[in-house]
Design a binder for this molecule. Sequence first.
Ligand SMILES: Nc1ncnc2c1ncn2[C@@H]1O[C@H](COP(=O)(O)OP(=O)(O)OP(=O)(O)O)[C@@H](O)[C@H]1O
Ligand SMILES: [Mg+2]
Length: 384
Amino acid sequence: MYSDRDIKILLHALSDRPVEKRENLVNRKDAIDRLNVYTRYAMSGVYGLCGEKGVGKTSVLNVVASESRAIMLSITEKEDKLTILFDMLYRMAKAMNNLGINDKLAQEVMDFVVSKREYIRSKTVGLSTVIEASIDDTDSITDRMPHYKIYEYMDNILASLVNALDSVAIIVDELDKEDKKDVLIILDSIKHVIRRDNVVVILSMPTSIYAEFVNDKMAGSNANLDNILNDVVFLPPMSDEEIKEIIKSRIDPYVDFFDDKALDYITLYSEGNPRSALWVATRLIMDNISAAHNGINGKIAYQSIHNMVREFSKVMEIMSWEEEILRILSTHDGIDRDKLIEMMTTVNRKLSTIKSYISRAKKKGYIEEVDGKLRLRGKWRFFA
Ligand SMILES: Nc1ncnc2c1ncn2[C@@H]1O[C@H](COP(=O)(O)OP(=O)(O)OP(=O)(O)O)[C@@H](O)[C@H]1O
Ligand SMILES: [Mg+2]
């Protein structure tokens, strides 16, 4: 039996927050080791850490920052490019201030950011896109083009840091906006500032940047990213065993709270994403709060996730052909494409239409092809 207090402790243990120390992190040794090499041995350069949302980028960067004594900047203001630049500059000044380096410059920069942000905001009430457009003739050049002042200050801060510390590693987290174009525009605009001797910069980025980087490299051309990023580390989804370990280590000492089958379902749902695993584990407790006092077994877990996926799929307006694929694959897991096509002709459609349905289902993420066989992706296995 688990008491109300036990349940509260469990929910707290499963809450979503980045890991701070290596002993709380499951695996990720490869990524941490590679990033540590950059921060410790590289003389300069800009490196990316790419991975899908919730896969563990901040957690890995936290560990690297603490082990390499790197400066960690976490961007929170992300409305547009200018806001991001202001935020990054402010955080650089604050970090310098915390280190007790060039206090005068740090203070000046922080004051600059606060006053300019206010000024620009007051000038752009109701006009969020084109900042310059609303600034009138009487404004100074800094007001019209605050970017330049920002670059100048960033440059001064980096010079002060290098002067005081010999070399610096700066980690910029949360630059991973959805749109990779935005990320590249920002990087391109600050590259002349951050590419300097004795400064190593590591940035978290969306997975799409990794794909582009790899394509560039394999194409062998002098591609886009080459002059912005020296290298990229990819944080892959976690294995089933690693996901289970994350859940178990979080809920320790209540390791039997989820039975083996329930853990399997949590893992299946997560598709290798630790945030998804924590989220669905929490949801299982919340949705079954009275049953949870006896722990969560496989039967409860399956039913609960099934209900939830059903609920979600209503909002997604699953079409009849999609539903057919989902149904067939839920009883024939891992079948040949031809076999699926054969089973689907029962609805009397043209072969070409059916083939396009299958491609669409793949693109939409319902199904995946493993070793030439089609099967449902993790979350959709709870559909039927
Ligand atoms: N290797 C790991 N070991 C233990 N917990 C992990 C691990 N990786 C991620 N987590 C947990 O998963 C959740 C998501 O991790 P984190 O916030 O680091 O991901 P992220 O990639 O930075 O996400 P976002 O894209 O939203 O910034 C956190 O609750 C974190 O504690
Ligand atoms: Mg993060």
